[in-house]
Design a binder for this molecule. Structure first.
Ligand code: PLP
Length: 377
C-alpha cells in the first residue's frame, strides 16, 4: 500500500501531466479533485469549485448522476466486456448505433465506435495521396482552438466547395454535440448539413470514454468493396463499442431527450452570453466571444490595439489560478484565452455565480499585471 503521505507530494513524485507546464507545476503543485456533485467539484481539502469547463468540455450532465452510475453498474454485472472484432457483437453497441442513426442530423448508414475523440479518419487521409483526400473535418465552433465562432455564412460556403469537388464534410461534434450550442448538434446551430459527424465527450457525459463516427451509405459501400478485395476491414480498437460505455451512452441519450437538455441550453444561452459579453468591458479583456453555453475571454496587454501579453508572462495561467482561488475552474488556451464551458445542467443562479467569480479573478489578475508592470498604467 502507498504510504499515507501528502497526495500533492506523491503526485509530483509519480505523474507526468498532459498539457501542463511541468516546470510551473513543481512550484504550484497539482489541484487534487476528490469528488463532484451537480456542477461542483470538491478538492481534497473539501473546497468547492464550479466546474466551469465541464472537465475537458465533456461532463455535460454534471457530476454524481445516479442514473448513469446505475447504467454502468448494471451493464458491468451483466457483461463487463465484449468486443466487435471478427464479427462479434452485443446488444448495447447495436442499440446505441440504432439510436445514433435515429438522432444524427445527417443520413447515416452505419456507426463506427471508437473510445476517444481524435481517432476520426485522419490516419487514412494522411496515408493517401493528396488528390485522393476525400474529406474536410471541422468543428462548428472551434473549442480548444480558442472558442472561435465562425461568421454565419462560413459553413454554407464550405459546403458549396465540398459539393463542387465531391469532398465529404465531417462535422466534429465532439464538443458541440448534444446541446452545447443550444441545438442537439452544432451543425444545426451553424446552419449546415455535413455528410457525417463525430461524437464523443458528452455522448456519455464523460462517465466512461466513448466516441463514434457516423458512416454515410456511399462511404460504407466503399468500405464493403475494399473488405471484399482484401478480406477484412482492418481498423478498430480494443474498446470500440465497449458494452459499459454503450450502456452509459444509451442512458445519457435518454436523459438528453427526457430533460430536453438542448432546449434548456438554448433557453439559458442568452443569459450566459449576456454575462460573458459584459466581461468584454473589463480592462484586461480584448474580446469576449461565444455561442450557446460555451465562451471565451481573450486577455490582452492593450485593449485598443488588442496587443497580446508575451507568452512567458503567464497571464492566462495566473488568471486560472486566481479563478481557482475564487472557487471556479476555467482553462487557458493559446494566447491567454480563458475558456468557459460549464455542464449543460447549470442553473441560471449558478451561471451568475460563475461569472461573478470570473469577474473577481480578472480583477485580481489586473492588479497583478499592474504590479508586475506588464501593461501601461
Ligand atoms: C473537437 C474535438 N475533437 C476531438 C478531440 C479529441 O478527443 P480525445 O482527447 O478524446 O482524443 C477533442 C478534445 O478536446 C476535441 O475538442
Amino acid at each position: 500500500m502507498a504510504p499515507l503521505r501528502n497526495l500533492a507530494v506523491r503526485d509530483l513524485e509519480t505523474l507526468v501531466h498532459p498539457y501542463t507546464n511541468l516546470a510551473a507545476l513543481r512550484e504550484t503543485g497539482p489541484l487534487i479533485i476528490e469528488r463532484g456533485q451537480g456542477v461542483f467539484v470538491y478538492d481534497s481539502e473539501g473546497k468547492a469549485y464550479i466546474e466551469g469547463m465541464a472537465g475537458l468540455w465533456c461532463t455535460a450532465l454534471g457530476y454524481g448522476n445516479e442514473e448513469l452510475v446505475e447504467a454502468a453498474a448494471t451493464q458491468m454485472r451483466k457483461l463487463s466486456f465484449s468486443h466487435l472484432f471478427g464479427a462479434k457483437s452485443h446488444d448495447p453497441a447495436i442499440e446505441l448505433a440504432e439510436r445514433l442513426k435515429e438522432i444524427a442530423p445527417v443520413p447515416t448508414s452505419k456507426v463506427f465506435f471508437c473510445s476517444s475523440g481524435s481517432e476520426e479518419l485522419e490516419e487514412f487521409i494522411r496515408k493517401e495521396e493528396p488528390e485522393t483526400v476525400a474529406a474536410f473535418i471541422a468543428e462548428p465552433v472551434m473549442g480548444a482552438g480558442g472558442v472561435i465562432v465562425p461568421p454565419k455564412t462560413y459553413f454554407q460556403e464550405v459546403m458549396k466547395v465540398c459539393r463542387a469537388y465531391d469532398v465529404y464534410m465531417i462535422s466534429d461534434e465532439v464538443i458541440c454535440g448534444f446541446g452545447r450550442l443550444g441545438t442537439m448538434f452544432g451543425c444545426a446551430a451553424l446552419g449546415f448539413e455535413p455528410h457525417s459527424i463525430t461524437v464523443a465527450k458528452a455522448l456519455t457525459s464523460a462517465y466512461v470514454p466513448m466516441a463514434a463516427l457516423t458512416v454515410p451509405e456511399p462511404m460504407y459501400q466503399a468500405m464493403l468493396d475494399e473488405s471484399r478485395k482484401i478480406g477484412t476491414f482492418g481498423h478498430g480498437f480494443t474498446y470500440s463499442g465497449h458494452p459499459v460505455a454503450a450502456a452509459v451512452a444509451l442512458k445519457a441519450l435518454d436523459i438528453y431527450a427526457r430533460e430536453r437538455i438542448a432546449e434548456q441550453a438554448a433557453r439559458k444561452a442568452p443569459h450566459f452570453q449576456a454575462r460573458l459579453a459584459a466581461l468584454g468591458k473589463h480592462p484586461l479583456v480584448g474580446e469576449a466571444r461565444g455561442l450557446g453555453l460555451v465562451g471565451a475571454v481573450e486577455l490582452v496587454a492593450d485593449k485598443r490595439s488588442k496587443r497580446s501579453f508575451e507568452a512567458k508572462a503567464g497571464v492566462g495561467a495566473r488568471a486560472v489560478r486566481y479563478a481557482e482561488q475564487e472557487g471556479l475552474i476555467v482553462r487557458f488556451l493559446a494566447g491567454d484565452t480563458l475558456s468557459i464551458c460549464p455542464p449543460l445542467i447549470i442553473a441560471p443562479a449558478e451561471i451568475d455565480e460563475l461569472f461573478d467569480r470570473l469577474g473577481r479573478a480578472l480583477d485580481r489578475t489586473l492588479d497583478w499585471v499592474k504590479r508586475e508592470r506588464l501593461m501601461e498604467a
